[in-house]
Write a protein that binds this ligand. Structure first.
Ligand SMILES: Cc1cc2nc3c(=O)[nH]c(=O)nc-3n(C[C@H](O)[C@H](O)[C@H](O)COP(=O)(O)OP(=O)(O)OC[C@H]3O[C@@H](n4cnc5c(N)ncnc54)[C@H](O)[C@@H]3O)c2cc1C
Length: 323
């Protein structure tokens, strides 16, 4: 059995206190929300924070109705997946949240934790025993090479959060609060092509809210490839959203995940002005295929996952035409 190492658990009741604690222990602390990713990784010694700061009392759980939708970062994935407004207006998000892992993890896991989810890799997501015997990688040991591509100057671990491409396709913004105050940022701008420093958030910043614009005229969907249909991280994922007015596409966004260290936005401009005809869809599916840069560090093969980007983009966009 894998056991947690000793750590100090603190559950502050204000954002200010949480940020102060994190800032005081910058190199030795972590935030935790549902803990569904943090605690298994602590058991495998992928990281060992001395201080674990719970966000349970400081980030809101709940979905508020306005012209768009505001989702508190503490909202569970189950609550997101079943919320009527999300299911009606933001289907890609409801589908993505529903496809995360298992019911137990969706009942504990939060959307804030999903947005900030660590990257994954076959060389990293292993027990300490396995990594001690096989060798460490640069994600945990800066002096070591990337084991996926030994000449790579950066870590190639993979972006693996299901809700992120859906949120990006839906035009999500997030509110973050940190040592220097609050700010709003487009979610698509929150990720880097770097498996170690995968978030652009500043140290200590907390995601408090996810804000989606009005859904009028928008249709969306999310398709995921994984090993086991019952639960598994994505090894390829495609989210597509189009705004249709008078049968014509007025706006379109496509995003892919699990095909690089950051979720990528695919150029979907070729769809605008069309009625989602097959040739326009094929053009964007080609762009998804080009944007996909899988490495040999998840299950599935590189060619299978790259092909999934094209096939899923086509399927997703056709399903929106026929919706
Ligand atoms: C067996 C298994 C299968 C899984 N399958 C999937 C899957 O298919 N798809 C998928 O997307 N995920 C999967 N996960 C990962 C995880 O369960 C989900 O991503 C979940 O949404 C994480 O949310 P959490 O609240 O538990 O995050 P935590 O584990 O508490 O935190 C995750 C990360 O986010 C940071 N964090 C959390 N909340 C905030 C915040 N508000 N502001 C700033 N930082 C924050 C934490 O510091 C940590 O770095 C799986 C996990 C396991 C163990």
């Amino acid at each position: 059995m894998l056991r947690l190492s000793r750590f100090r658990y603190v559950a502050p009741s204000t954002l200010e206190e949480a940020i102060r604690l994190r800032t005081e222990h910058l190199d030795s602390s972590m935030y935790v929300a549902g803990g569904t990713d943090v605690f298994p990784k602590m058991k495998r010694r992928q990281f060992q924070p001395a201080v674990v700061i719970s966000l349970g009392k400081v980030v809101r759980a709940g979905i508020s109705n306005g012209s768009g939708v505001g989702i508190g970062a503490g909202t569970t994935l189950t609550a997101v997946a079943v919320h009527p407004k999300v299911r009606d207006g933001y289907r890609a998000l409801a589908e993505a949240a529903h496809l995360v892992s298992t019911p137990q993890l969706r009942n504990m896991g939060t959307i804030g934790g999903n947005v900030c989810l660590d990257t994954r890799c076959n060389w990293y997501d292993q027990s300490l025993f396995w990594r001690t015997s096989e060798g460490f990688c640069m994600k945990t040991h800066a002096e070591v090479v990337c084991r996926v591509a030994t000449s790579s100057p950066r870590c190639l671990a993979v972006a693996s959060a299901d809700t992120v491409p859906a949120l990006i396709a839906l035009g999500a913004q997030i509110t973050v609060v940190g040592p220097h105050g609050a700010r709003e940022v487009l979610l698509a701008d929150c990720y880097r092509e770097d498996g170690i420093r995968y978030l652009t958030l500043a140290p200590g910043e907390i995601v408090t809210e996810i804000v989606l614009p009005p859904s009028d005229g928008w249709r969306s969907t999310y398709l995921k490839q994984r090993d086991r249909g019952s639960f598994d991280f994505p090894i390829a994922g495609v989210a597509a959203a189009v705004r249709i007015d008078g049968g014509v596409v007025r706006d379109a966004r496509v995003a892919i995940t699990a095909l690089g260290s950051r979720p990528s936005v695919v150029d979907a401009g070729a769809l605008v002005g069309t009625r989602l005809e097959d040739d326009a869809i094929a053009h964007v599916a080609d762009a998804a295929h080009k944007a996909a840069r899988p490495m040999d560090n998840t299950s599935g093969t590189i060619s299978q996952r790259k092909r999934a980007a094209r096939v899923f983009a086509e399927r997703a966009l056709r399903s929106l035409r026929d919706a």
